[in-house]
Design a protein around this ligand. Structure first.
Ligand code: ZN
Length: 329
C-alpha cells in the first residue's frame, strides 16, 4: 500500500514539474524520430553474429602458416593442425565438438607429453578434452580461453586399456577429485599418480601454466612441500578444474602476434595467497566449471587478422584428409 502511494506521489511531482517548466521556459525539445525501444530491437537484428558462431561453423582449419593470433581468451588460430583422435597413449574425448585442433606446438606437446604422463603415473595413457576449434576463436560454450590453439584440458581419469567408441567418448564423465566441501581432495580417489600427472605437465619447458582446482593445489603443496618445487609456481589455482587440468603453452616463436600472459608471480604459490580460495563466499561462487563462455565477443573485438583467418580457404591438407576420413557425427 505505502509503495503504491509513493509511486503516485512521485508521478504527481513529475507532472507538476513538467507543467511548471512549460509555463516558465517554453523550450523546444525535439521528440525522438523513432521509438527508442524499436531501435534497440533493430540494432539487435542488424548486429553481427557472435564471433563464437562464425568460428564454430568452420569445420576445417584455414590455409596459411601456423600462427597463434591474439590472446588466449581473445584471438584465433591460422593453419591449425589436428591431434589424431586416438594415439598409442592418448584418446580424445567429445569428438563431436571438433575441438581437437591446435597450433602445431600444442599437438607436438601432447604427442610428447602423453607417453611421459603414462610413464610417470602408471596409466595406459591420457584422455584429452577440449583443445581449440579448427580456426580457434571464441567457443560458443564451455570456455573463455582456448582461442589461439595453445590451451588443452586433460582429464584426471586415466585412459582405459581399449579404444573407446564414439559414444563412450561423448558420454563418459571425468572423475571429480575434490571433496564436496571444496576444501580438500577426495581421499578415496586421489592418488600419488595424480601428483605425478600434474607435476609432469608443469615440468615441461613449453608449458606456461597448469590450472587446477584450489583444493588440488593445496594438496600438491602439502605433499611436495619438502621437495624441489620449481615446477609448482606454474600450477595455478582456479575455479572448477576438479576433474581435469588445463595446460597452457607459451606463445611460440613463430607467432609474433601472440600475446604472452604476464609471468606467474614468484614463489610456489603455497603461501597465504592460497587461503582466499577457501573462504566461504568464494567456495559458494557458482562459476561454471570451465569459466564461462566467450559468446559476447564479436569479430571486431578480435585482432584484425582473425577476420582473414575466418574467411580464408581451408588448408588443402586438411580438406584432403577430411575427404578420406569418415564424418565425425
Ligand atoms: Zn580449459
Amino acid at each position: 500500500m505505502s509503495r503504491s502511494l509513493t509511486i503516485v506521489t512521485t508521478l504527481s511531482v513529475a507532472l507538476t514539474c513538467a507543467a511548471a517548466a512549460k509555463s516558465v521556459a517554453p523550450v523546444h525539445v525535439p521528440l525522438p524520430r523513432n521509438n527508442p525501444l524499436k531501435n534497440t530491437e533493430q540494432e539487435k537484428q542488424q548486429s553481427p553474429k557472435p564471433a563464437a558462431n562464425l568460428f564454430s561453423e568452420k569445420k576445417l582449419p584455414s590455409a596459411g602458416k601456423a600462427t597463434a593470433i591474439g590472446y588466449y581468451p581473445r584471438g584465433c588460430l591460422q593453419g591449425g593442425v589436428e591431434l589424431p583422435p586416438t594415439g598409442p597413449t592418448w584418446q580424445v574425448m567429445r569428438l563431436s565438438r571438433n575441438r581437437n585442433w591446435g597450433h602445431p606446438e600444442l599437438v607436438k606437446f601432447l604427442e610428447r607429453f602423453a607417453p611421459l604422463a603414462a610413464e610417470a603415473t602408471g596409466w595406459r595413457g591420457i584422455l584429452i578434452g577440449d583443445m581449440a576449434q579448427p580456426r580457434g576463436g571464441p567457443l560458443p560454450f564451455g570456455h573463455k580461453s582456448h582461442q589461439i590453439g595453445l590451451d588443452v584440458d586433460i582429464w584426471f581419469t586415466p585412459m582405459p586399456d581399449r579404444v573407446l567408441s564414439k559414444e563412450e567418448r561423448e558420454n563418459i564423465l571425468a572423475s571429480d577429485l575434490v571433496a564436496a566441501d571444496g576444501k580438500r581432495v577426495n581421499d578415496r580417489i586421489w592418488s600419488p599418480a595424480d601428483v605425478a600427472f600434474v607435476r609432469t605437465a608443469a615440468e615441461q619447458p613449453e608449458v606456461e601454466r597448469v590450472l587446477v582446482n584450489a583444493a588440488i593445489k593445496k594438496e600438491l603443496c602439502r605433499v611436495e612441500g619438502q621437495h624441489d618445487k620449481a615446477w609448482m609456481s606454474k600450477v595455478r589455482p582456479w575455479y572448477g578444474h576438479a576433474d581435469h587440468i588445463h595446460v597452457r603453452l607459451r606463445c611460440p616463436a613463430d607467432s609474433p602476434d601472440c600475446r604472452a600472459q604476464p609471468p606467474v608471480p614468484g614463489g610456489d604459490g603455497c603461501d597465504k595467497s592460497l587461503d582466499h580460495w577457501f573462504v566461504d563466499w568464494i567456495l559458494r561462487l557458482k562459476i561454471p566449471e570451465f569459466g564461462g563462455s566467450a559468446r559476447g565477443l564479436k569479430l571486431k573485438d578480435l585482432p584484425p587478422a582473425c577476420a582473414a583467418v575466418l574467411n580464408a580457404p581451408a588448408s588443402p591438407a586438411s580438406a584432403a584428409m577430411e575427404e578420406r576420413s569418415e564424418p565425425r557425427r
